[in-house]
Design a protein around this ligand. Structure first.
Ligand SMILES: [Zn+2]
Length: 303
C-alpha cells in the first residue's frame, strides 16, 4: 500500500507521520523543535531516515508545513515571525540534500486547513477557513474546494489582520493583529493586567483558574474572545464561508472564549452571512498539519 509522509513544524514541536491513500494515519510522532536551523535540518534528515526504515515498501512523497509566509515563486519562507531562522533560508536545496522522493513545502496553517478539509471537520464543504489559536494564530482558506494561496502564496493570514489599532506590537511588524490579541501569551497578560499583578503562569494554569470561576481568568478569556469575534466577523463578511473551524491549544479553553467571540461576531457580521456559517471546533487536533502536508504533496504529485 502506498504511503505518504508529512511534517509540521511548530514553535515547540515537530510533528510528523505517515498516512495511507485515504488519509488514515498509520504512524505518527513528535519531537521538540530545535531553535537553530542547522539542527532542524539534521533532525528532519534523521526523522526521514527513520520513517524509511520503518516502511520498507517505500514512501511516495513528502509534504512539509513550515511557519511563515512561503513564496510560491522563490520556494522559500520570506518571513517567519515565530521561527526567524527560516527567514530567506534556502529551504528547498537544504531539503533536497536529504529527501530523495518528490516533496512539497507550504505554510503550516495552510496545510492544517487542507488536512481538516480532506479528512477532518471540513469534509463535505467547499468553502471553509481554519483558524488555529495557540502561541500564535494561523489560518488557511479553502475556496471552491481548493486551497486559496493568492498570487504569491501569502494568502490566508487572518492572524495578522488588525483587530485592535491600539493593540500590542506584533512579530510581523504590525500592531494589534488578531494573533497578538487572542493568542495564549496575551490571555495571560490580560489576566495580569486585570489583577494589577505580574505572575508567570501558563495559559493552561489560567484555564484551570477559569474552571474554578476565577473572575479575572474568566474576564481574560472573554476579552480575547471579544477580539476573536471581530476577526471572525471580518472573515464572515468578507468570504461568507460555510464553516469556520477553530483549532489550537487555546481552543481547549473554548468554552471560556467562544461565548464572547460568537456574540461579537454575530453583532458585527451581516445576519444572513453569520447564519449561513457554522463555527465549529476542528477535529484533527495537532495532527492536522502533517496529515494535510502529506495529502497536499500526494495531490501535487498526481497533478
Ligand atoms: Zn501580526
Amino acid at each position: 500500500m502506498p504511503l505518504y509522509a508529512g511534517f509540521d513544524l511548530g514553535g515547540t514541536h515537530l510533528k510528523y507521520g505517515l498516512i495511507d491513500e485515504r488519509g488514515r494515519v498509520v504512524f505518527s510522532g513528535r519531537v521538540e523543535t530545535p531553535q537553530k536551523i542547522d539542527e532542524l535540518m539534521h533532525l528532519l534528515r534523521r526523522t526521514w531516515e527513520s520513517l524509511k526504515k520503518r516502511e520498507k515498501e517505500g514512501i511516495e512523497s513528502v509534504g512539509f508545513g513550515f511557519p511563515g509566509i512561503f513564496s510560491l515563486k522563490e520556494q522559500k519562507i520570506f518571513q517567519s515571525p515565530n521561527y526567524p531562522e527560516l527567514d530567506n533560508f534556502e529551504l528547498l536545496p537544504a531539503l533536497s540534500r536529504s529527501i530523495e522522493v518528490p516533496f512539497w513545502v507550504n505554510n503550516d496553517a495552510n496545510m492544517a486547513a487542507f488536512g481538516e478539509f480532506k479528512c477532518g471537520a471540513g469534509q463535505g464543504v467547499q468553502n471553509m477557513i481554519l483558524l488555529t489559536i495557540g502561541t500564535g494564530v494561523g489560518s488557511g482558506i479553502i475556496l471552491d474546494g481548493k486551497l486559496w494561496q493568492g498570487k504569491c502564496g501569502f494568502a490566508g493570514e487572518l492572524g495578522h489582520v488588525t483587530v485592535n489599532p491600539e493593540g500590542e506590537k506584533c512579530n510581523c511588524g504590525s500592531q494589534g493583529c488578531l494573533e497578538t490579541e487572542v493568542s495564549a501569551p496575551k490571555i495571560v497578560k490580560n489576566y495580569n493586567t486585570l489583577r494589577k499583578k505580574r505572575e508567570e503562569i501558563s495559559a493552561e494554569e489560567l484555564f484551570h483558574r477559569a474552571e474554578k470561576r476565577d473572575k479575572a481568568a474568566l474576564q481574560a478569556f472573554a476579552l480575547a474572545g471579544f477580539y476573536l469575534g471581530i476577526g471572525l466577523s471580518i472573515a464572515i463578511n468578507f468570504l461568507s464561508p460555510e464553516k469556520i473551524l477553530l483549532g489550537g491549544a487555546v481552543m481547549s479553553a473554548g468554552d471560556f472564549l467562544l461565548p464572547s467571540a460568537l456574540e461579537e461576531a454575530r453583532k458585527r457580521s451581516y445576519k444572513a452571512s453569520f447564519e449561513c456559517c457554522r463555527i465549529e471546533k476542528a477535529s484533527l487536533g495537532n495532527k492536522a498539519g502533517f496529515i494535510g502536508a502529506a495529502l497536499w504533496a500526494k495531490e501535487q504529485m498526481i497533478n
